[in-house]
Each structure stands twice: as C-alpha cells, then as structure tokens.
Design a protein around this ligand. Sequence first.
Ligand SMILES: [Zn+2]
Length: 97
Amino acid sequence: MSNPRPARLRGSRGRRIRVKVGARDGIRCFHCRTPFASTDDATLDHYLPRSLWPIHCQWNLVLACARCNAHKGSTLPLGLLLVLRPWLTAAQLEVAA
Ligand SMILES: [Zn+2]
C-alpha cells in the first residue's frame, strides 16, 4: 500500500528539506545505504512514524529509497522499538511492529 507524501513535503519545500537532510546524513538511503545520484531521487521518510509522531520536524526526517520507505511503513526502527518497548502500550506496539 503506498503512503502518499504529505503535501508539506512535496515541491520546492520538500526539495530544500531533502538537500538539508542529505547534507546532514549523506546522500544515500538511511536504511539500505544505497547512494542517490541526487537528493531528487530520494524520498523523505519519518524516522518516528507519522502515525506516532505526526509532526514534520527535520530531525525526524531521513532520506530513503522508495522501496525502503514503502517497506518500513509505520513501523519503528528495531533499535528504537527495543528501547521504547517498556513505555509503549499494547496498541502502540501493534502499530509499531
Ligand atoms: Zn533503501
């Protein structure tokens, strides 16, 4: 199931954010480390899923290839899930898993 890019992350604003995130993290997929020819080839992925943290803060955005972004969906990164597990409710764990 595709996850359409939020309106605020499309267009020139999204391009500017991708450039800033690429300068911070490198121009490659955060998840599989595949390099991009340019940030225009990348998607913006919310490190903490929008379903859990519905704010577009730049610190919560990473560059991701379309395949990794679609595969990740609304799941939490495994390392973060293990750290947060004691504080998450059963419903949040179901969304995050
Ligand atoms: Zn990837």
